[in-house]
Design a protein around this ligand. Structure first.
Ligand SMILES: CC(C)(COP(=O)(O)OP(=O)(O)OC[C@H]1O[C@@H](n2cnc3c(N)ncnc32)[C@H](O)[C@@H]1OP(=O)(O)O)[C@@H](O)C(=O)NCCC(=O)NCCS
Length: 193
């Protein structure tokens, strides 16, 4: 089932919406930073690389086939400031498997915004996207990222030891996931509360 979401996706404090050409400076503000790039495959990006990344993201708004990716800009509803991005990839169509990811500007970390945006993306994947399981992965040293997975109710399913090379060193990776029925149980509990 293809997924063409209605944008923006609204949450209590945020709007998740497609990227536009006007986002390049806001993206450069966080993607230029060493601390943001530490556990990303890319190093810190130049402004030109950010312009290319934004150009690519502008088209990443629907899931039509395996490997497709939705990448959304996250903006604060109160000010309209772009504070980060979240992604949802269709990893396997037949088995209805998805994967989520996130990058936020350090100026806006520590407020639960990534949790709020990722929750909206899980709602999208498990709701209109009809996914069965959504996974996320990160470097084991990326404590902020796996703590976020914990907050989302995802389960640590794997710790891959030295399974690949990352920036010329052995990679240690956690894989987390949550199933459709687990997500629905959590939603029922939070709606009841
Ligand atoms: C991973 C990343 C998105 C996590 O960001 P974050 O700000 O820690 O996550 P949240 O926005 O959910 O905020 C959670 C923090 O805000 C606090 N918080 C405040 N209000 C909150 C609320 N209403 N709801 C939830 N948490 C709240 C939490 O206690 C938590 O703080 P703590 O970690 O000190 O306990 C961020 O570190 C990042 O972008 N890193 C760089 C890019 C990267 O590595 N991406 C992942 C690659 S795998």
């Amino acid at each position: 089932m293809a997924l063409y979401p209605n944008y923006p996706l609204q949450t209590e404090r945020l709007r998740l919406r497609p990227f536009t050409r006007g986002d390049v400076d806001a993206v450069f503000a966080y993607r230029r930073r060493e601390d943001v790039a530490l556990y990303l495959f890319d190093g810190p990006l130049s402004r030109e690389e950010c312009a290319l990344a934004v150009q690519q993201r502008i088209g990443q708004i629907a899931l039509e086939g395996e490997g497709d990716k939705v990448v959304l800009g996250v903006e604060l509803a109160s000010s309209g400031a772009l504070i980060g991005e979240v992604s949802l990839i269709w990893r396997n169509v037949d088995a209805r498997q998805g994967e989520i990811g996130w990058i936020f500007d350090p100026a806006y970390q520590g407020h639960g915004y990534a949790t709020e945006a990722a929750n909206a993306l899980l709602d999208l994947g498990f709701g209109p996207g009809d996914m069965h399981r959504i996974a996320a992965r990160c470097d084991v040293r990326n404590i902020a990222s796996w703590r976020l997975m914990d907050r989302l109710g995802m389960r640590r399913e794997a710790h891959f030891r030295e399974h690949a090379l990352f920036k010329n060193q052995w990679d240690e990776e956690f894989v987390y996931a949550i199933l459709w029925q687990e997500w629905h149980s959590r939603r029922e509990v939070s709606n009841a509360g």
